[in-house]
Design a protein around this ligand. Structure first.
Ligand SMILES: Nc1nc2c(ncn2[C@@H]2O[C@H](COP(=O)(O)OP(=O)(O)O)[C@@H](O)[C@H]2O)c(=O)[nH]1
Ligand SMILES: [Mg+2]
Length: 217
């Protein structure tokens, strides 16, 4: 979803985290939204989404980031997860070749379920484990360029590039929305008496609660 409101933020952007189980999605989320990291692996953390509000090009943007809560293990991510998403971070583990191979599958999933204009970024996580690296940075970079995605290597553990990954996605989304708003204004100017309607994705009507979070138990 991406729509303008009057009060505490200018825009609300839904971003989904996808990728194989164990690649670090939940820790990327907790690093970005709470500056926390969990060493022990927990398959189901129970967070549906977490939010963080930040400035993008002088606008207040609320990023609402959805985590899979373990469904990716069973390949049972529902289309509701993708509904209204304007950004996606596709994560693999650079110490596990299979998680990189599976990125293709996740991109297909996005093509099937998400809006065709969704902004996608590829993240090779666990860059702190360079001595265990299997996926070369250049291979991923070449793949990302071929697929038209932006790309970064991240470490949720060391808080490396996590902020930058989300900032990049949010800026890309913001620029798309600004262009659409401009185009809508131009269109409205040539239609006297018609107001300007900007619709990008769907507004979020469901006020879902955040549940128990990692590291709090
Ligand atoms: N070394 C290292 N371990 C990480 C990193 N991110 C996550 N992990 C570990 O990888 C495991 C899986 O992480 P998790 O966030 O639950 O992955 P998810 O299944 O994709 O949500 C956990 O043991 C984390 O501590 C990272 O950047 N570096
Ligand atoms: Mg998880």
């Amino acid at each position: 979803m991406a729509y303008k409101v009057d009060h505490e933020y200018d825009y609300l952007f839904k971003i989904v985290l996808i990728g194989d189980s164990g690649v670090g999605k939940s820790n990327i989320l907790s690093r970005f939204t709470r500056n926390e990291f969990c060493l022990e692996s927990k398959s189901t953390i129970g967070v549906e989404f977490a939010t963080r509000t930040l400035q993008v090009e002088g606008k207040t943007v609320k990023a609402q980031i959805w985590d899979t809560a373990g469904q990716e293990r069973y390949r049972a991510i529902t289309s509701a997860y993708y509904r209204g998403a304007v950004g996606a971070l596709v994560v693999y583990d650079l110490t596990k070749r299979q998680t990189f191979e599976n990125v293709q599958r996740w991109l297909r999933e996005l093509r099937d379920h998400a809006d065709s204009n969704i902004v996608i970024m590829l993240a090779g996580n666990k860059s702190d484990l360079n001595h265990l690296r299997i996926v070369a940075e250049n291979d991923a970079q070449v793949f990302a360029e071929k697929e038209g995605l932006s790309f970064l290597e991240t470490s949720a553990l060391e808080a490396h590039n996590v902020e930058k990954a989300f900032q990049t996605i949010l800026l890309d989304i913001y620029q798309i929305i600004s262009r659409k708003a401009l185009a809508a204004q131009d269109g409205a100017a040539s239609l006297p008496g018609h107001g300007t309607t900007i619709k990008v994705g769907e507004p979020n009507n469901s006020q879902q609660q955040q549940k128990a979070s990692c590291c709090s138990s």
